[in-house]
Every structure is written in structure tokens, then in C-alpha cells.
Design a protein around this ligand. Structure first.
Ligand code: SF4
Length: 498
């Protein structure tokens, strides 16, 4: 079976979803080929000459393409933040130089002026005219070399909107040129769509769509008996050039989030059945993978690293620095626990704080207390663990006074924060709260997973954005934290600047 991760998504490590599916297929005895479109597709674009032959700047970019990529793939680029940002902007221009003006690509996004990944008719158009996709020459020849050998099963994993139009073009190409090939479609975004009432009839011409954990489905799809999830397998993906100064090993030990209660989060409303690999087994797999692939960093990709796995890592450290998402756990109020985490290799934690107002946190069902958060942030700093803190403004429970309390809380703890992410709330279309407020569709398209709503306190998105610009970014010390937060690759590159 061929497993394909369409571009464009961050090309700094192999796709964890493919490694999990490949592990299950190998355990069932199925031969597997893996294609990471983020790495291969973007690399293909860097090699294309500029559309505008007269453009000297584009010609210069093309000649410097190796040097530009060296900035993002060697430690030199991470020694100086300004050099890094310049390298990043050159890299984005390098990717775009051969593209038509209606397409704008970054290493993390793909935008088309006329086609939206959230409109069924645009997806159908991308599917019926695959040669109009800028990755067409690359993916068609890549698939020809594998499918002409008689391969008949293809699995596509689509997790982000930026993959949708190219994923549709790949499906359209395969169905037209190789009608006997059977296509299985899954991934995080496909699962969210499939679980949203009213969106079940997706416009993709796939033979089967799978929502949720795909290991068993992918094995059965290619007529094999499921023999368990196996050990993740990356094949020769590490021969790709990933935009990271060290090889990063992504590892997922769970499906969904064990907390699953936060009212603003799709995890709660999609009611994804939670699954978690036993912590000892996860630690054993990490040890095996670390020995095999010799990474310089481990990325634990779960929505939240389970408390059991966190504890296990302190007992059997993987021997390589690691980072990932965690809740603010009560255990972290103990300085000794944070020191043990640090000793296990924990380099950075991504932590969802959302609000610095306890009433808002209670209403969001975050299950955390600001008193703990204060202690935890200090403990993590003392233990030399970096923090990437996520804030969310404009939830139904928040008003401007509460948002000011968040700003003040963050300001008070500024010396303990390494990076910040600010987001404006969008209400999941399937949220139970849609019944409590007046809602209306965003203009985005029929496949939008969020809905616009009238804020009960008049705290509209426009007001929230104005607040963030004036009151939050207006504070020099908070602006400084935001300015040192890596753009585009964000948390994926943040550990290298600590
Ligand atoms: S802890 Fe994070 S992933 Fe889990 S429900 Fe809350 S916001 Fe969602």
C-alpha cells in the first residue's frame, strides 16, 4: 500500500500519522511505501525556475536555494533570530517564485485566491482538473513510478486545510489514470468533517472515508487481518531534507485528549473515543525508535501528553530531549516533579492557559486553577523547561474586563514565559453552546467547521482584535515575548531558541 501525506504542511519532521498507519500495515504483513508531500513537494518547488525570467531577484533566489535551505537545516540559522527570520522569508519567496500569482504558499499554508478548501464545489474542481495544481508534475510522476508497478491501494491522510486542494487533485489524477486503484481517505480534518452532522457527504472521490483512528481500517482496506497497531515505521522518510537543525522524531501515544471537557475545544464536541497506548509500552517504543532513527529531538504530538506517560518518561527517559503539549497538571506544582521532568529530557511544554481569569477558566471547564498555574510556571522556569503558552480571547464567557485580567496575569508572569500564542475564539459548528447564542455562517464555505456568533457581552471578534493590538501587543514586555516567538514553524522550531 502507498501512504501519501499531501502538501502543504510544515516540512520539519516526517508525518506522524503515516508512521502509525505504516506500523499497523507492517504488523499485518503488508508492504508499504510512504510519500511525505510536505518534504518532497516543497523540495520540488525550490528546484523550479522562476515564472518571470526577467526577475533578477527571483533568479538570485534560485541560485541561492541551497544556502537558503542551509539556514533552516543547520544550527547556524538558529544562532541568530534575525538571520533565522530572514532565512524563513527567503525560503517562502523561493517556494513561490514559480507559482502563479493566485497561489500563496508558506511552509505551513497553501492559499488560492479563487479556490477554498472549505467549499465542496472548489474541491470538486481541484479533483477534476489535477493538472492545474502546482504540485502536479511532481505528484503525477511520483505516483506513476509506484502505481505502474501494479500497486492498487492508496491511502491519503489529510489533517489540515492547507492539504485539501492538493489532496483532491491527487485523488482526481489517480481515479482518472489508474481507475483500478482503491483510495482510502482519512486524517484529522477528514475525521472532523465526517463527525459533523450535515457534513457527512464529503466531495472526495475516494472509495472509503475513515473517521478517527485509522490503523485497523487501513489494514482491513487492503484485505489483511489486523494484527495490532505495531511499532511506528518511517521507512526511508528520513532521507528527505526536513527544515530542522536536527532530526526530529514525532511520536503519538494517544488518540484524542483524556480531559476532553473544555467547552471551546472540538475534542469535546466531536466526542472522539479516547485511546491511549499503555505508558510502559509507549516508553519502550520510544526507546526502540530512538535507537533506530537517532533523532536529536522527540516531538510528542498528542493533544496532551497523558499524565501516565509523563510520569513514565521520568522513570525511563528516552535519552533525547523531548517536547509536546500538556495540561497544567497539579503534579507540576511540586518543584521536584518538574526537576524530574527536566532530567528526563523535557525541553519545552506547550501549555493551554487560555485565560488569566478564574471565572472564565471555570466556565470553559479547563479544570485548572490560576494559583497552580502561577506556581507551575515558576517551577518550570527553575527546572529549565521552556514554556509555550496559548491564550484564547473572545470566548462567550469572557468580556473586556476579563481579557484585561488575562493580560495582567501574563504580564505578572512574563519572566517565566518563553513564547506566547494569541488566538481569537471561533465556535465549533457542533458546539453545544450554539444553542445559547445567536449564530450565523462564516462566509468561508459549506464545509466550515466553525460558526460565527453574537457574543452575549458584545465582545465581538473585531473588538477582541482591537484589544489585542492595543492593550496586549501595546505592552512592550508582552510584545517582546510575541516577537521572539518563531513565526510559521512556531512550536516546532521554538525549542531551538531556548
Ligand atoms: S485539554 Fe486541550 S485538547 Fe483537551 S479538551 Fe481541553 S483544550 Fe481540548
Amino acid at each position: 500500500m502507498i501512504l501519501f501525506h499531501p502538501p502543504s504542511v510544515r516540512n520539519c519532521e516526517p508525518p506522524v500519522a503515516l508512521s502509525r498507519l505504516a506500523g499497523a500495515l507492517k504488523a499485518a504483513g503488508e508492504p508499504v511505501s510512504l510519500i511525505d508531500g510536505a518534504a518532497e513537494g516543497l523540495s520540488y518547488l525550490t528546484e523550479q525556475p522562476s515564472r518571470d525570467k526577467e526577475n533578477l531577484q527571483a533568479a538570485r533566489l534560485y541560485r541561492s536555494r541551497n544556502h537558503i535551505q542551509d539556514i533552516l537545516t543547520t544550527s547556524r540559522g538558529y544562532e541568530n533570530f534575525d538571520r533565522y527570520k530572514k532565512g524563513l522569508s527567503d525560503y517562502s519567496r523561493l517556494l513561490n517564485k514559480s507559482l502563479p500569482p493566485e497561489i500563496n504558499l508558506t511552509p505551513a499554508d497553501y492559499r488560492h485566491d479563487r479556490l477554498s478548501p472549505l467549499r465542496s464545489k472548489d474541491i470538486r474542481q481541484a479533483q477534476s482538473l489535477p493538472e492545474e495544481n502546482p504540485f502536479y508534475p511532481w505528484f503525477s510522476s511520483r505516483l506513476d513510478s509506484l502505481l505502474s508497478d501494479g500497486e492498487i491501494y492508496l491511502g491519503l491522510s489529510i489533517n489540515y486545510q492547507s492539504q485539501v486542494l492538493t489532496g483532491a487533485a491527487i485523488i482526481g489524477y489517480v481515479k482518472r489514470e489508474y481507475p483500478a486503484v482503491k483510495i482510502l481517505l482519512g486524517g484529522g480534518l477528514i475525521s472532523s468533517w465526517a463527525r459533523t452532522p450535515g457534513l457527512e457527504n464529503l466531495p472526495f472521490n475516494a472509495d472509503q472515508i475513515v473517521a478517527g483512528r485509522g490503523e485497523e481500517a487501513v489494514v482491513r482496506f487492503c484485505q489483511r487481518d489486523y494484527a495490532g497497531s505495531g511499532t511506528p515505521w518511517f521507512g526511508d522518510l528520513y532521507t528527505n531534507r526536513y527544515m530542522n537543525p536536527v532530526a526530529s522524531l514525532p511520536y503519538s501515544a494517544a488518540n484524542g485528549c483524556s480531559w476532553q471537557r473544555c467547552t471551546f475545544c472540538a475534542e469535546k464536541w466531536e466526542a472522539y473515543p479516547y485511546w491511549e497506548r499503555p505508558a510502559q509500552e509507549a516508553a519502550r517504543q520510544l526507546a526502540t525508535l530512538t535507537e533506530k532513527y537517532e533523532p536529536g529531538l522527540i516531538h510528542l504530538t498528542d493533544s496532551e501528553i497523558s499524565p501516565a506517560l509523563m510520569m513514565q518518561l521520568t522513570e525511563t527517559p528516552p535519552g533525547v530531549p523531548w517536547y509536546g503539549f500538556s495540561r497544567f497538571l497539579k503534579e507540576m506544582t511540586d518543584p521536584a516533579y518538574c526537576h524530574r521532568l527536566s532530567a528526563s529530557g523535557c525541553k519545552m511544554l506547550c501549555l493551554g492557559l487560555e485565560s488569566g481569569d478564574q471565572n472564565v477558566l471555570n466556565s470553559l471547564k479547563k479544570g485548572i486553577s490560576l494559583d497552580w498555574v502561577s506556581v507551575i510556571l515558576k517551577n518550570l522556569k527553575e527546572a529549565n523547561i521552556g514554556t509555550f503558552v496559548y491564550l484564547l480571547f473572545g470566548t462567550p464567557a469572557e468580556n473586556q474586563e476579563a481579557a484585561l485580567r488575562t493580560r495582567d496575569f501574563v504580564w505578572k508572569h512574563r519572566e517565566y514565559l518563553d513564547y506566547l500564542n494569541l488566538a481569537v475564539f471561533t465556535m465549533p459548528r457542533i458546539s453545544g453552546e450554539t444553542g445559547e447564542v445567536a449564530t450565523s455562517d462564516f462566509y468561508e464555505g459549506d464545509l466550515s467547521l466553525s460558526t460565527d456568533f453574537v457574543h452575549p457581552a458584545g465582545w465581538s471578534r473585531k473588538e477582541v482584535r482591537r484589544f489585542l493590538d492595543r492593550e496586549f501587543r501595546g505592552e512592550p514586555e508582552l510584545r517582546a515575548i510575541l516577537k521572539r516567538t518563531p513565526p510559521v514553524y512556531t512550536a516546532s522550531h521554538a525549542p531551538f531558541f531556548l
